[in-house]
Design a protein around this ligand. Structure first.
Ligand code: FES
Length: 679
């Protein structure tokens, strides 16, 4: 019963899964033992047997690994507090309240994930790091001393003294808006209250409930895009997303793209203010929807994290984005903002805080910073290219030794805009395409159905889903498949039926178009026109040129891996992206998708207070490259309009795909452009 290192006597306690162990005095409560040994065991009520956050599972019997036999009476018997808790709320079988159970003999105690303060929130992708739950808001239950005429002090002061003692935090502040309701709140449950304390920039009481607060606390992670706004309502105790919803950005009525919104602000007095109001109103509607969907009290939403591009950032904060419309793209501020949500027009609880992630540069926003926070290029051993594909592509290149970033204007073609039959990714849109290189006949799949168009039952399937157009990933596959089948040449020209060998090639003005779907009674004819291909070439050339420019700056010709972020990135097939030359050549299995990494970055900043420091440091370390003033960007862009590229070799691609050596410009067919050959 004596520890050889410390000389301490008493029963040995081993906590799992941490493996922390040590001897304690007999009769020590498990919660106290955990604190003495530095074990992560939660407690909101300070050991009063009210919150049940301290639940543990003691083991009994043989623990060969630890060389320990645990007797059935290693812990004190169930006491009255546990019995009452079990009777009223129910304790899971085998569980004890750590603040009540006392250590009497050697014991092994498991701390289940829900009792760990800093539990891991598991991210679904294998290569993604889990998020360590450590939110900026925490709850603390306290019983406050009653007023005493002989020792006069204010209710607020006695509450803060009780909180200082219970939390170990010094000099906790108090939101002024709580003062008017403080006295009735304290007296309602006989001086017992639960306080929500926000830790940044300094510990501050931001909400207060009488007695023990059962309703949990929640936060919002918001990706405020120029086209869509996505919001996630997150349980700040478990780290789980409990509701997600989105809406079209109501600013669209002032302009589809960012620059048209900047011009709307320039040309209309008060225009920027109108757009600010529109987006804030939209967010308030979204937050109401999320709270209703999750069935929670909106007053329990106490924190929020926002990511967005620089123009959206300025409009959201009520700043005129005028300067962002012209070089040198000066930001009013790029620093992270820790605000009261009410200051920026959000109708949440009076104490709710809003954290806006920092921007990287005038063209590289907080959404990009959030992608970096999620994908961690600055912690990568190998050289990684991270591309967030949207109307602008935000691109990072780097590893542990340094990270560079740029933004490249890809335009909306990847989202299905500027495409003759293009549409957003929604049920009824063609999302996958294959073309038989021998027959040049296509088959495709539509969002909402698992059937390919040449499979039995497809007609019935599209009667259900509709067949309305082609989305971004569909057009990319269509163009890449046309290139692989020899229907399109490297310059992007569609051959005539005679030259490309497909009767689906039909004249279309001075060029040709490929008939992907003849149309039916309820569905339109779907063509891939030469103008569509041109739009995709422009978009992918901008993306590639941005990536290549960063590679030049880094002095490399290859990257080790590519991460495609963004909702669109999640649906791109790496092979087709590489056939087009959207991304640099690398082994296909080194191209992965990160899903909505900007939204994930917002969630990380919401759930982990340290991540806010990390991203604020990171944006200063990232070396920004402004593509607009780099002469080589134009050169890379021109080379990258060819498929895959007029100057760069694509050896990994060549090892898996042989692209037909066709040239439909010969004889000036289609009134065409000069073909650029690979160098
Ligand atoms: Fe609250 Fe044990 S610490 S019930």
């Amino acid at each position: 019963m004596t520890d050889k290192d410390t000389g301490k006597t008493g029963p040995l306690v081993i906590f799992t899964p941490s493996g922390k162990r040590g001897r304690v005095d007999p009769g020590t409560p498990v919660l106290t033992a955990a604190r003495q040994l530095g074990v992560d065991l939660d407690s909101v009520c300070g050991g009063r047997g009210i919150c049940s956050k301290c639940q543990v599972t003691p083991g009994t019997g043989e623990f060969a690994k630890h060389g320990l036999t645990v007797a059935p009476d290693a812990l004190s018997p169930f006491n009255a507090v546990e019995e009452r808790y079990d009777r009223i709320r129910g304790l899971k079988a085998g569980r004890r309240l750590g603040c009540q159970a006392q250590v009497l003999k050697d014991v092994v105690i498991d701390v289940p994930p829900e009792s760990q303060v800093h539990r891991q929130v598991v991210r679904k992708r294998a290569e993604a790091r889990d998020i360590v739950l450590d939110p900026a808001v925490r709850l603390q239950y306290v019983e406050v001393d009653q007023p005493d005429m002989h020792h006069p002090s204010g209710d607020r002061e006695r509450l803060l003294a009780a909180l200082d003692e219970a939390t170990g935090l010094a000099d906790i502040k108090f939101d002024h808006h709580l003062l008017s309701s403080l006295q009735p709140t304290l007296r309602k449950e006989k001086w017992a209250v639960t306080a929500a304390i926000h830790l940044r920039p300094e510990p501050t009481v931001i909400a207060l409930w009488p007695g023990f607060h059962e309703g949990g606390i929640h936060g919002l992670a918001v990706d405020l895009g120029s086209t869509t706004i996505a919001g996630h309502l997150v349980d700040l105790v478990s780290g789980e997303v409990i509701a997600s919803s989105g809406l079209m950005n109501p600013q669209i009525r002032f302009g589809e793209d960012l620059m048209s919104r900047v011009s709307y602000g320039m040309m209309n007095p008060g225009g920027a203010g109108e757009m600010t109001k529109a987006v804030r109103d939209g967010l308030n509607r979204l937050f109401d929807e999320l709270a209703t969907e999750a069935g929670i009290d909106k007053a329990t939403i106490l924190d929020s994290a926002f990511v967005m591009n620089p123009v959206m950032h300025h409009l959201f904060l009520g700043l005129d984005p005028y300067e962002l419309g012209q070089a040198p793209f000066a930001l009013a501020t790029g620093a992270a903002q820790s605000l009261m949500a009410s200051e920026i027009g959000l109708t949440l609880a009076p104490g709710t805080r809003a954290y806006v992630l920092p921007l990287i540069a005038g063209h590289v926003g907080a959404d990009a910073a959030a992608v970096a926070l999620s994908e961690q290029p600055h912690k990568s051993d190998d050289l990684v290219l991270v591309v967030d594909v949207g109307t602008n592509a935000e691109i990072f290149l780097g590893n542990k030794t340094g990270v560079m970033a740029c933004s490249s204007p890809t335009g909306p073609a990847f989202e299905g805009a500027q495409i003759s039959s293009g549409q957003r990714a929604a049920p009824g849109a063609i999302e996958r395409v294959e073309i038989d290189p021998a027959t040049k006949e296509p088959r495709f799949r539509v969002i909402g159905s698992d059937l390919w168009s040449d499979e039995a039952g497809f007609a019935e399937a599209i009667a259900t889903t509709g067949l309305t157009g082609i989305c971004g990933s569909g057009i990319i596959e269509a163009v890449a498949e046309m290139r692989m089948a020899g229907i399109v040449d490297a310059s992007g020209l569609i051959g005539s039926a005679e030259k490309c060998g497909s009767i689906r090639s039909i004249p279309d003005g001075r060029t040709h178009a490929y008939v992907l779907w003849e149309g039916g009674e309820t569905s339109p004819r779907i063509l891939v026109t030469n103008a569509d291909i041109r739009a995709i070439q422009m978009a992918k050339a901008a993306l590639y040129a941005g990536a290549r420019l960063l590679m030049d700056k880094r002095g490399v010709d290859t990257v080790d891996r590519v991460v495609l972020a963004g909702a669109f990135g999640a649906h791109i097939s790496p092979k087709h992206a590489m056939v087009l030359g959207m991304i640099p050549d690398c082994p296909l299995d080194k191209v992965t998708s990160a899903g909505n990494a900007a939204g994930t970055g917002a969630r990380i900043a919401l759930l982990n207070i340290g991540a806010r420091d990390e991203v604020e440091t990171l944006v200063h370390r990232v070396h920004k490259i402004e593509t607009a003033v780099e002469p080589r960007f134009q050169e890379h862009f021109v080379n990258a309009t060819a498929m895959p590229n007029a100057a760069e070799p694509f050896p990994h691609l060549a090892s898996i795909v042989t692209l037909p050596d066709v040239d439909f410009n010969a004889g000036n067919e289609g009134g065409g452009r000069r073909r650029r050959r690979r160098g």
